[in-house]
Design a protein around this ligand. Structure first.
Ligand code: TEU
Ligand code: CA
Length: 593
């Protein structure tokens, strides 16, 4: 009886996420769901029921013709996002930055990047987001700052400067760096600074010195800047490489095998939980916000320790296991469907109903979704992009859509090093190709598959010059030449487009509690090409069948499983749900059982 009532109550605010918003919309009353528990024991939260859309501001929409996306540009495109059905926008860094790493190197945490506009533009954007009953989540980049941040400018001046301990300084050893730690952007993670003759630590670029979280003053500065933005009304943070903030104070050398993946040594440092709990107590617990940590270097076993709600640390994390299946340390690798399925099953098994997951297979650091996990050939781009959407919106976890993936945008046809902007690529070229350790051809062939700039090319809005991204005569990074066929205007006009399919899937998820909270079960972990799973909540049961292949398949459902009634599919299939499903290449179906 009690369970039935819970489900009935549960159905009401879910619909509100999707339908034209009445006054009680989620934006104003996000806590209204918090006293509800699903039949399988999840606490309902708005951020579990939301679909998040990531905007990379530099590449979303330019409003003033300088070829660089900006905040005003984003504001003009909010109706596009509202129509898509998304609830939350995650904005990649919009703060003042010299752009060594496109804003992930922050010079002033309380100022807007001049290229992106002004604080008034930010306030107008936030207001416009709220007016549409959407939410805005910011990128919090506090493992490191820019070397041009005032703290670092002071810190490097002298050993007794009051800001010295805001960063991590160590003397060298035998005329060399303190230890053998490497940077993710090539070379040593230590840089000698002439003023004091000491080295500072930088896990990323030299212009991204790591902050010293051991220093309580630094921590309190971070909490203050978080409050600055939260008090403006933002709805949470995506936290950049947050598991790296606590450093092992022994600073001992890594072994050769550890150096192959230093992220696993840098993540989950000794005081990480303490810092996150302090941040939660001092800041996050005072607001109704969402947090998602970028969990680079965190294993699936470690994940619950960051997201179990009883620990008061983070709401969810981005685990890298699935998104990096297609590469090993930047080197493209062959991956299989059973591997992908095993990751999702493992994630599900390791997280109980006190924890919550994210579902994502792309972002600004990874190649395009359809190019890595689907098939971006002209024959299969559309069905495979839709199959991936079917999966993203029916797995258990909050789905994250990266800008342009809802159009099925593809990787860029890179020809040479000059086509790249990314500091990671340019540093690696200088470290490997210039000294002759790697051929130019091998480098470009690999980086074309794995490189981050694939995802950073401007949004393709229409078929006008520069894809409608800018009215100017140049763009900061070239537009993908396929914009004439792949663009938002064309897809808005085509009822069978990838865009419309995303819209339908998002709407389906929003009104279907079982697709959000329902128990997940992989029906056939060993199948080499089919991913078939159920989602069950109370009496509701859904079956998802995905044919990850360019070949058709006659797929026999495991015993005791019946397909049921087709709710949505990516191809016009009229087949009744029998025991054997005849699936076309890249066909995806969702049945209500
Ligand atoms: O990325 C973290 C990260 O370590 C990787 O995703 C990184 O891009 C690279 O692939 C490591 O090999 C975050 C941001 O998302 C990324 O854009 C920044 O460059 C990085 O942190 C530094 O802030
Ligand atoms: Ca601009």
């Amino acid at each position: 009886m009690k369970l039935h009532r819970a489900l009935l109550l549960a159905a009401i605010p879910l619909a509100c996420l999707q339908l034209p918003q009445p006054a009680i919309a989620t934006a104003e009353t996000p806590t209204s769901q918090s006293d509800q528990t699903t039949e399988n024991g999840y606490h309902r939260r708005w951020w579990k029921e939301a679909v998040v859309y990531q905007i990379y501001p530099r590449s979303f929409q330019d409003s003033n013709g300088d070829g660089i996306g900006d905040l005003k540009g984003i504001t003009t495109r909010l109706d596009y996002l509202k129509k898509l059905g998304i609830n939350v926008i995650w904005l990649s860094p919009h703060y003042d930055s010299p752009n060594a790493d496109n804003g992930y190197d922050i010079r002033n945490y309380r100022k807007v990047m001049a290229e992106f506009g002004t604080m008034d533009d930010f306030d107008a954007l936030l207001k416009a987001v709220k007016q549409r009953h959407m939410k805005l989540v910011l990128d919090l980049v506090v493992n490191h700052s820019s070397d041009e941040h005032q703290w670092f400018v002071e810190s490097r001046k002298s050993k007794d400067n009051p800001y010295r301990d805001y960063y991590i300084w160590r003397p060298g050893k035998d005329g060399k760096a303190t230890n053998n730690w490497t940077s993710f952007f090539s070379g040593s993670a230590w840089k000698l600074d002439a003023a004091t003759g000491e080295y500072y630590l930088h896990y990323f670029a030299e212009k991204q010195p790591d902050l010293n979280w051991e220093n309580p003053k630094l921590r309190s500065e971070v909490y203050d800047l978080m409050k600055f933005w939260l008090d403006k009304g933002v709805d949470g943070f995506r936290m950049d490489v947050i598991p790296f903030i606590s450093k092992d104070q022994s600073f001992s050398d890594l072994t050769t095998s550890q150096l192959a993946h230093p992220e696993f040594k840098f993540a989950m440092g000794p005081r990480l939980h303490e810092y996150l709990q302090e941040m939660n107590a001092k800041v996050l617990s005072k607001y109704d916000v969402m947090t998602v940590g970028e969990a680079f270097g965190v294993t699936l076993d470690q994940t619950p320790s960051l997201v179990d709600e009883r620990r008061n640390e983070l709401n969810m994390v981005f685990n890298f296991s699935a998104v990096r299946l297609d590469q090993d340390n930047g080197v493209a690798r062959h991956w299989t469907i059973p591997e992908l399925k095993a990751i999702y099953s493992e994630q599900d098994q390791k997280l109980n109903n006190h924890s919550w997951n994210t579902i994502f297979l792309s972002n600004h650091d990874n190649p395009r979704l359809v190019s890595s996990f689907g098939d971006d050939s002209s024959t299969f781009r559309v069905p495979s992009a839709k199959l991936l959407a079917t999966m993203l919106f029916t797995l258990k976890g909050t789905p994250f859509v990266y800008q342009g993936d809802e159009l099925g945008m593809t990787n860029y046809p890179f020809k040479g090093i000059d086509d790249f902007d990314d500091i990671q690529v340019r540093n690696e070229w200088n470290a490997k190709v210039i000294p002759g350790k790697l051929s130019k051809e091998t480098f470009i062939a690999n980086i074309s598959k794995t490189g981050r700039d694939n995802a950073r090319t401007p949004m393709q809005w229409d078929n006008s010059p520069h894809a409608g991204f800018t009215s100017g005569d140049k763009t900061w990074l070239a537009v993908n030449p396929n914009y004439a066929e792949i663009n938002a205007a064309q897809e808005a006009a085509d009822p069978n487009s990838v865009y419309h399919y995303y819209q339908q899937m998002i709407a389906l998820r929003a009104k279907t509690p079982a697709l959000i909270y329902g128990d997940f079960k992989d029906l056939d972990p060993n199948s080499a090409t089919i991913f078939a799973y159920t989602r069950k909540l109370g009496k509701a049961s859904y079956l998802v069948v995905l044919n990850f292949s360019a070949m058709p398949a006659d797929y026999s459902l495991p015993s005791r499983i019946r397909a049921g009634h087709l709710v949505i599919g990516n191809l016009a299939s009229h087949e009744k749900g029998g025991k054997t499903l005849q699936l076309a290449p890249w066909e995806a179906r969702v049945y209500k059982q």
